[in-house]
Design a protein around this ligand. Structure first.
Ligand code: NDP
Length: 447
């Protein structure tokens, strides 16, 4: 690593020692793009690294709302507008008790490079709140969303900053947020939020996009290496938006999905009933614990699916949360001769786990490439909104497949250009995204 990059990263560690997820994300990106930041080189001379690691702005606000008992609750709300060198700020909103400024900075930072990789003109952002939608009534979620948007609306717009969903924020929440935005502004700017319900400017395929895109990308890479994918035993962690549609597409393409999980435990079922998982998690917002009794087959255990040494899986699709796979769990995957880890979640593998994948020739597909289908389809939604169009499912799905292929092409190009290990999609994705953003920053002379 160059003295320049060392100096920038030292400063970062010193300034934000408590923002561990953010530091982890920055360290990961710069370790694999250090070749671009040599002393005296173009990017070092423009001090790009230091400019990149500070968000353009962080908006932080209180969100007071009334619960069903008439008590006023207070949560914290944030929007991290990280970088708009390529286009309007774009990135999801997360409602989860673990949300804080550091977590959103990590997600916003990752989003910059992911969005650049989509080949579409969007910058990087992320936002959310430590509000926990779990166990809240519909009316409480509505009042919270109303309170959240009554502050956020000042900072967003179709050509300024376009939030979408993430953990805890699906079509229901986006509907409430959009309704409040319209009430406050008197403007039907559909393109201000993506992931909207279908009859208010939402796009077909947006719900499925992240999961489908992950499987399109993983499948393309496995085929690239000449691996026969039919019947490969597959685990998908999580049972939320990304996980459900990753499992659905994987099953459609002939993968044998045998396990899924939620925050409490996991199910293993050789004859997995995905419709039942959907009913329990999407419709009833319940727990996977109920699956076994209702399905009449399979098993349920508490804890992490990645601690189970008996699954004998070959394809791993982590689609739940950051840092789900550490070194110990990665070694468990090595023992099962896993072929590929394709990340549907953001940063589900920590840096030690990634190192273990690499040492053991597990193909590692980082979230910023593999899960970019969601944000890419959000841009397809903005495009439809701008022209009052509503594209058919097949049209959008085809565009999504093309975008995932373009991301794969860019990675292959970096592998060739920088003579990377053919399995090194991590460096390839970071290099492709980084170059695009840095060049745009230099071209605009932004300080
Ligand atoms: P959801 O809120 O829809 O689902 C999250 C799922 O993860 C739930 O099933 C939840 O279980 C489970 N979960 C939470 N914590 C844990 C844990 N510690 N161990 C195992 N499972 C856990 O979120 P999304 O599906 O939207 O997002 C999942 C991931 O994908 C996140 O990292 C997000 O940033 C990323 N992502 C999402 C995109 C999108 O379009 N939605 C786009 C790109 C990335 P429970 O139901 O019990 O809470």
């Amino acid at each position: 690593m160059s003295a320049y990059l060392d100096h920038v990263l030292d400063g970062l560690h010193h300034r934000y020692p408590h923002q561990k997820e953010f530091i982890q994300a920055v360290d990961e990106v710069f370790a694999s793009t250090s070749i671009l930041f040599e002393d005296g080189g173009l990017y070092a001379s423009y001090n790009i690294a230091e400019r990149l690691i500070e968000p353009d702005r962080i908006i932080s606000f209180k969100v007071p709302w009334m619960d069903d008992h008439g008590h006023i609750q207070v949560n914290r709300g944030f929007r991290v507008e990280f970088n708009n060198a390529i286009g309007p700020y774009k990135g999801g909103l997360r409602f989860h008790p673990s949300v804080n400024e550091g977590v959103l900075k990590f997600l916003g930072f990752e989003q910059i490079f992911k969005n650049a990789l989509t080949t579409l003109p969007i910058g990087g952002a992320k936002g959310g709140s430590d509000f926990d939608p779990k166990g809240k009534s519909d009316a409480e979620v509505f009042r919270f969303c109303q309170a959240f948007m009554s502050e956020l609306f000042k900072y967003i717009g179709p050509y300024q900053d376009v939030p979408a969903g993430d953990m805890g924020v699906g079509a229901r929440e986006i509907g409430y947020l959009y309704g409040t935005y319209k009430k406050l502004t008197s403007r039907s700017e559909m393109g201000v939020l993506t992931g909207k319900p279908l009859d208010m400017g939402g796009s077909l395929v947006r719900t499925e996009a992240t999961g489908y895109g992950l499987v399109y990308f993983t499948d393309t890479v496995l085929k690239h290496f000449g691996i026969t994918t039919h019947g490969l035993r597959t685990v998908v962690s999580g049972a939320g938006n990304v996980a459900i549609y990753a499992a659905k597409k994987a099953k459609e393409l002939g993968y044998h999905v045998i396990a899924m999980s939620d925050s409490k435990g996991y199910i293993v079922d050789e004859d997995l009933d995905l419709e039942l998982v959907k009913t329990i998690k999407e419709k009833e917002r319940g727990s996977l614990k109920d699956y076994i009794q209702r399905a009449g087959h399979g098993s349920y255990k508490e804890g992490s699916v990645y601690d189970d040494p008996t699954l004998d899986v070959k394809v791993v699709l982590p689609c739940a949360k950051e840092n789900e796979i550490d070194a110990k769990r990665a070694l468990n995957l090595v023992k099962q001769d896993v072929l590929v880890v394709g990340e549907g979640a953001n940063m589900p593998s920590n840096n030690e786990a990634i190192e273990i994948y690499k040492q053991n020739h597990i193909i590692y597909l980082p979230g910023k490439a593999a899960n970019a289908g969601g944000v890419a389809t959000s841009v397809l939604e903005m495009n439809q909104n701008a022209t009052f169009r509503h594209d058919a499912f097949d049209v959008v799905d085809h565009q999504l497949q093309n975008i995932m292929h373009a991301i794969y092409d860019q990675c292959q190009m970096m592998i060739d250009q920088y003579h990377l290990d053919p399995y090194d999609y991590q460096s390839a994705a970071n290099l492709a995204g980084m170059k695009k953003v840095c060049d745009a920053m230099i071209a605009q002379g932004q300080y």
